[in-house]
Design a binder for this molecule. Structure first.
Ligand code: SF4
Ligand code: SF4
Length: 127
């Protein structure tokens, strides 16, 4: 069983362009959606994302919807805590592929991080 982990130097989930996320209103409240839209920069990245360091400038104060936590994911997506790792890993893979590509170093690093000791094989990069 793989355990979700965030990797340093990624930030793919901070690319917030709403046209890439047509279902936002399905899982964000209207107040959260407004907050989200205010964070979108002209280049589609979050205005709080430091592209040089690939880190969040407001990490401790980041919105709830930026946090990978069991309670938040249950509320937003109806995911049971026991399903959190699998769901969060799939979200990261999708986001990293979209932003950096399915053969990117970021994806390889993420897959290695979450699959260490889990015996996972990844179909898209196993060749
Ligand atoms: S996409 Fe996943 S691994 Fe990358 S910064 Fe976001 S949470 Fe971390
Ligand atoms: S607030 Fe921070 S964690 Fe949330 S999208 Fe922006 S840069 Fe990323």
């Amino acid at each position: 069983m793989a355990t979700w982990r965030c990797i340093q130097g990624c930030g793919a989930c901070c690319y917030l362009n709403p046209s890439e996320r047509p279902d936002l209103s399905d899982y964000l409240t209207s107040a959260q959606l407004q907050e989200y839209l205010k964070m979108v920069g002209t280049d589609g990245w979050c205005i709080h994302f430091d592209s040089a360091s690939r880190q969040c400038r407001i990490y401790e104060q980041r919105p709830r919807f930026c946090r990978v936590e069991a309670e938040t994911f249950q509320e937003m997506y109806g995911i049971e805590p026991s399903e959190l790792d699998e769901f969060a890993i799939a979200c990261c893979v999708e986001q990293i592929e979209d932003v950096y590509g399915d053969r990117s170093l970021e994806l390889l690093r993420f897959q290695k991080e979450v699959s260490d000791n889990a015996g996972i094989r990844w179909s898209r990069n196993d060749n």
